[in-house]
Design a protein around this ligand. Structure first.
Ligand code: S3P
Length: 433
């Protein structure tokens, strides 16, 4: 079956420079906010992973036109606004970001729609957005707080919302809803989740302010007209993470990953690299459409130290935990992940799926309700067929696991990497020598 990847052994180190694909989170936002400019804009370096294409196709169904003018640059034309003549079914496929962000937007539009998704997305919790949007007056019917979501667009009212979880998807759904309301909507979170929506909206001239007070981090938005501006998207640190970990562990490696987004709300992995005393540097720091970008150089590091991930660090590296678990499996000593219970709500239950996979390989790992404890070792002693559960980040993490152990493994359902990173194997091959 072509959907099983049999990995091969690596002989020497990883060497050279790569440019990784554009950031998925920023790409979704460029499409959605771009579609709210009611104009023609250019989006440079858009992610063509399946998730972002789902967002693009949904917008197209609502009247937004687009044309790719090169491999990753497109002209987005939203001059006719968003509309639908009758209740329209919109498919988010595997993309939680599409489903959650667009629910916020569609709740205040003057049409009705049904948001559907694939089997995996249809099992993921939507109460986190249905509840606060309901407080704003949104009319959303769901299947027991899961997809499909039937949304009847209506006039919303402003709220102040204290989010029980630090989730950029929840925050952005409410921002998108609040952007259509005259009075200010304020959203609080205890720890700051990725702030790409806030940065892009300021860049596009929206009436938005952010800050911190005794109740937590807040963002406040109200009805705004967005200025049509071209948007350029930085490389995805969540995709860079797989190469960064491989580069740190495979002997003789010295790699540079160019043009990576290093917005501080996303660089928890760099904090972990510091804790672990991994040899890395950031070069050529600059800003691209208001987002911080740099080149990350990682060198093979001999005595990597165990690390502890918890608390405020979690939202800053939530998607990197599978690959950091792989890193922990090669570090002598005990590394821990805590406060990460929301990992159970991702494309798979990432706590359970990682624990099961590691146990099947003979890696010393203990499951906790909110994370795991890994007692790493130099070599893994077993080969196993690894299940991706169609979770792209597990697929790429297991590939790196096989690479750093110089062991051939079978990874079932590997093609799911296409949801975020279709070029993964090609770039990995470029660094092998
Ligand atoms: C995302 C936010 C994160 C992340 C997801 C993308 C976003 O989810 O895991 O891959 O683009 O807003 P949560 O904010 O719900 O944790």
């Amino acid at each position: 079956m072509d959907n099983i990847l049999k990995t091969k052994e690596l002989i020497k180190g990883l060497k050279g420079e790569i440019t990784i694909p554009p950031d998925k989170s920023i790409s979704h936002r460029a499409l959605i906010f771009g579609a709210l400019t009611n104009s023609k804009i250019k989006i440079k370096n858009l992610s063509k992973g399946e998730d972002c294409i789902s967002t693009l196709e949904i917008l197209e169904k609502l009247g937004v036109k687009y044309e790719f003018i090169s491999e990753r640059d497109l002209i987005l034309n939203s001059s006719e606004g968003l509309s639908a003549s009758k209740k329209v079914t919109l498919n988010c496929n595997n993309s939680g970001t599409s489903a959650r962000l667009l629910s916020g937007l569609f709740s205040r539009c003057d049409f009705s729609c049904v948001l559907i998704g694939d089997n995996s997305l249809s099992k993921r919790p939507m109460k986190r957005i249905i509840e606060p949007l309901g407080l704003m007056g949104a009319k959303i019917k769901s299947n027991d707080n899961k997809l499909p979501l039937e949304i009847e667009g209506t006039k919303l009212k402003a709220i102040t919302y204290y989010s029980p979880i630090s989730s950029a998807q929840v925050k952005s759904a409410l921002i998108l809803a609040g952007l259509g309301v005259d009075e200010p909507t304020r959203i609080y979170e205890k720890t700051l989740s990725r702030n790409h929506s806030e940065i892009m909206l300021s860049y596009l001239g929206a009436d938005i302010k952010t800050g911190q007070d005794d109740k937590g981090y807040f963002v406040e938005v109200k009805k705004s007209k967005l200025i049509p501006k071209d948007i350029e998207i930085a490389g995805d640190i969540s995709s860079a993470a797989f190469f960064m970990v491989a580069g740190a562990i495979v002997p003789n490696s010295d790699i540079t990953i160019k043009n990576v987004g290093i917005n501080p709300t996303r660089t928890g992995i760099l904090d972990v690299f510091k804790q672990a005393e991994i040899d890395f540097t950031i070069l050529n720091k600059r800003k691209v459409s208001s987002e911080l970008v740099g080149d990350i150089r990682v060198k093979y590091t001999k005595n990597i130290k165990p690390f502890e991930i918890k608390g405020d660090l979690i939202p800053r590296l939530i998607d990197e935990i599978p690959i950091l678990a792989v890193l922990a499996s090669k570090i002598q000593g005990i590394s821990t992940v805590s406060d990460a219970q929301d990992l159970r709500n991702k494309e798979s239950d990432r706590i359970k799926t990682i624990v099961d996979a590691f146990l099947s390989l003979g890696i010393d790992i203990k499951e906790k309700p909110d994370g795991f404890i890994i007692n790493g070792c130099a070599e893994i002693n077993k080969s196993a067929i690894l299940e991706t559960h169609l979770d792209h980040r597990l697929a790429m993490s297991y590939y790196v696991l096989s690479l750093i152990n110089n062991q051939s493994m079978e990874i079932k359902g590997f093609n799911c990497v296409n949801t975020s990173f279709p070029e993964f194997l090609k770039l990995m091959d470029k660094l092998k020598n």
